[in-house]
Write a protein that binds this ligand. Structure first.
Ligand SMILES: [Zn+2]
Length: 94
């Protein structure tokens, strides 16, 4: 993906999701979206959550069923090719 495409994706995420979008973009840029062999995780402000396209283990998603910024971070990082690949199993780190 070209530099300008990436900027467009980022602008779009921020426009559509406001503050949540900015958090998602920041996480993607900081390498906080990590793909392990078994799971993909997002490192949040207070904890690390397992995520995918439509699922997250955080309270916001589990109890309020709202689309949290972790899922957004996962999607943004995927679109930008910024998911960090780790040659490890997340289960082994727990
Ligand atoms: Zn979440």
């Amino acid at each position: 993906m070209g530099e300008r495409d990436a900027e467009e994706v980022i602008a779009e995420v921020c426009r559509l999701y406001g503050e949540k979008g900015e958090k998602a973009v920041r996480a993607a840029r900081n390498g906080h979206v990590i793909q392990y062999h078994d799971f993909c995780v997002v490192i949040g402000t207070t904890d690390t959550y397992v995520v995918d396209e439509g699922f997250c283990t955080c309270g916001d998603f589990m109890y309020r069923e709202s689309q949290c910024w972790h899922i957004l971070a996962f999607r943004t990082a995927k679109a930008l090719g910024m998911i960090v690949q780790r040659d490890e199993w997340y289960m082994d780190l727990l």
